[in-house]
Design a protein around this ligand. Sequence first.
Ligand SMILES: C[S@@+](CC[C@H](N)C(=O)[O-])C[C@H]1O[C@@H](n2cnc3c(N)ncnc32)[C@H](O)[C@@H]1O
Length: 223
Amino acid sequence: MQKYRTIVADPPWRYGKWGKASQNSIFANSPHNVDIALPYPSMSLAEIAALPIPDLADVDCELYVWTTQKYLEHTFPLIHGWGFKVCETLTWCKEPRGTGQGGLFTPTTEFIVHGRKGKMPLKKRIDTTWWKVARPNVHSRKPESFQDIIEQVSDAPRLEMFARRFRLGWHSWGNEVESHVEIPLRHLTPLALDGGDSAALQALSTPEVLSTLQGESTPAHRK
Ligand SMILES: C[S@@+](CC[C@H](N)C(=O)[O-])C[C@H]1O[C@@H](n2cnc3c(N)ncnc32)[C@H](O)[C@@H]1O
């Protein structure tokens, strides 16, 4: 399997259906005021934990994982489980748009958790960890400017996992692009701690990852 010095992953975190928009929401009286599913298949935490990122990463590698309010707490143990240390959390600040999922506060931020293994040369230092960028007009599409920033600081060869378009100088992989690489996935049941997947998952997960998977059956906002 080819090794990469930079890996960006935007996993299809599982949400189920969106709740109904509140009366204060701009979607309150719109056709969006219904339960809708994600427009693509999602993956359980166990399936995401089992991504072969350790096999794709070179000895020296930077990893960038897109995550959301709901999954931020789970992202750190996943990154540790793949053998990386966590360096920074980068934040995309967005204009409010409806209530979306969430509790007391409407999420208007998404995050990239940056991890590193080995040593990487310091190519350039960026003087912030947050950016306010307009939302692209496609569900879950991330602003291209984040990839521009990553390219300035992180080395080739570079892989984008769960990509939906090609980018010059990168290998793309996902079920909505013609992938440059074949990445074998393990299909696990959502809470794979009993039944046949248990041993496999125990073998590939750290205690930290296993404890985050234990909480998987409970939606984070209901804990
Ligand atoms: C959050 S979206 C990625 C959005 C992308 N970064 C962008 O900015 O447009 C997750 C993507 O993962 C894809 N996906 C879901 N399950 C997958 C699987 N088992 N293998 C490959 N891709 C998958 C989805 O179809 C979707 O394109």
